[in-house]
Design a protein around this ligand. Sequence first.
Ligand code: C5P
Length: 231
Amino acid sequence: MKMLYEGKAKQVFLTDKEGEYIVHFKDDATAFNGVKKEKITGKGELNNAISSLIFEMLEKEGIKTHFIKKINSNDMLVKKVNILPLEVIIRNLSAGSLSKRLGLEEGIEFEEPVFELCYKRDDLADPIINDDHAVILGLASRVEIEQIKKETLKINELLKTFFRKANLRLIDFKIEYGRTDDGELLLADEVSPDTCRLWDIHTNEKMDKDRFRRDLGSVIEAYQEVLERIK
Ligand code: C5P
């Protein structure tokens, strides 16, 4: 199979069928714009399983995604899209780069979800941008940005409820959208503990990639626990 693209944690392959790609989840973990790197055996399989369950749930709730089906341990069949170079972030509680940038301790609950956009560019370390910047850079139209914001807030509500049932608190997350050849926006990429901050609802234990970023203990044990709880 021809590889179309290789990212830090995934590869995308062409299939025999026009309009369908395969996403392969790798065991690689990176943080701080690729400065910290490690192979974590089993991570790809867990993220594929978790992402697949989440895409299935979101599809059932009326969200349009690139997901078609999980085809084996590390691979997912998806609809062909062009990924917008935008990281779309929602924050329900303070953590991570927001805490650092605004001098807020972690774990403060916001009255409303905070919506952020970052420009996906490794050489610029993914700077935070506003709607106007996204438009002048030609990343998305004004109408698309509004649509993305509305859809992402809806996804936040669905994810919060979904994770709450698994005794997990959704602190924040990053998603990406893709455009089909017909110009339709679909939720793409992945939704996993690599891209969501998830804290145990009772103990506040971190069950996500911060374990890797901050050396807080086994990544695999936490991701496995997340999978067991959402199954
Ligand atoms: O680091 P920061 O606090 O900005 O991250 C916000 C959310 O976006 C976190 O859930 C993090 O896992 C996710 N994120 C991501 N990929 C990036 C940057 C952030 O999945 N490149």
